[in-house]
Design a protein around this ligand. Structure first.
Ligand SMILES: C[S@@+](CC[C@H](N)C(=O)[O-])C[C@H]1O[C@@H](n2cnc3c(N)ncnc32)[C@H](O)[C@@H]1O
Length: 243
């Protein structure tokens, strides 16, 4: 890593690089934890709340079902499932994000864990979901396999992630927003604006809807389908573990 790149031994990591070293990713989220939810609302132009409602509908959590919200951060993404009466476990490897989450939602069973080596037994959860997390995991396929392992037979996965707008003119405008408008906007509201340069770059490098669906299938998930939100700025992927 070059002298101008992220560092972590002698100071805070302000952003991860695209090879997504786990210690850099965790440190980057530790750094943004306090203002993470506010920054999200601002930079998504209010769309984040709408996306979360759609995730809740897709997961369709029922009372007493066990739901794993992986890469849950401060657990804002976990709240809609908890409200249905499901037993929700928010899990993340950034202790900073977990700490802020625990201060705000102390009743939730926050769990420290890495998406590629989950600290849960096989066939534990009725549903496993991950919002804006999978793109940050260094080994996507290992995470998809781990999510499969901890899901009960017949259970479901819902992945909410930034994706690729399907209408070319909108895709051009959106890419301009990501690369030009988002970094200055992040500078105004975030404690760690460089993390949002990583956000823009990692979204551009992320597989499109069809390619991600293929990766789910390779990890074992069946009946894989996806739905675009906000013209494909975000996509929800769903799959099932064979009963
Ligand atoms: C953009 S935040 C999303 C938080 C939350 N799900 C939401 O929707 O607001 C991404 C989260 O992924 C977590 N993360 C990244 N890689 C991870 C891994 N390998 N294992 C567990 N958590 C991970 C980060 O620590 C961070 O909290």
């Amino acid at each position: 890593m070059g002298a101008s790149g992220p560092y972590c031994q002698n100071g805070p990591v302000t952003r991860a690089s695209l090879d997504k070293q786990p210690h850099e990713v965790a440190s980057m989220f530790d750094d943004v934890a306090e203002r993470y939810d506010l920054t999200n609302d601002v930079l998504s132009l209010g769309q984040a709340r709408l996306w979360r409602k759609e995730v809740a509908r897709a997961v369709d959590a029922r009372p007493a079902q066990k739901v794993l919200d992986l890469a849950a951060g401060t657990a804002t993404s976990s709240l809609p499932f908890a409200r249905t009466g499901a037993y929700v476990v928010p899990c993340d490897f950034s202790l900073g994000m977990l700490r802020v989450g625990k201060q705000r939602h102390s009743w939730l069973p926050f769990t420290a864990g890495d998406a590629t080596k989950l600290p849960f037994k096989d066939d534990t959860f009725d549903a496993v979901t991950i919002s804006f997390g999978l793109r940050n995991v260094q080994d996507t396929d290992a995470a998809l396999r781990e999510m499969y392992r901890v899901t009960k037979p017949g259970g479901r996965v819902v992945i909410c992630e930034f994706s690729h707008p399907t209408w070319a003119p909108f895709r051009t405008v959106y890419t301009e927003y990501l690369m030009r408008a988002l970094p200055p906007a992040a500078r105004a509201v975030s404690s760690s604006p460089d993390a949002y340069v990583y956000l823009a770059e990692s979204i551009r490098a992320w597989p499109d809807q069809r390619a991600l669906a293929g990766r789910l299938g390779e990890a074992g998930w069946g009946k894989v389908a996806w739905r675009n939100l906000t013209g494909g700025v975000v996509a929800l992927h769903r799959g099932f573990k064979q009963a």
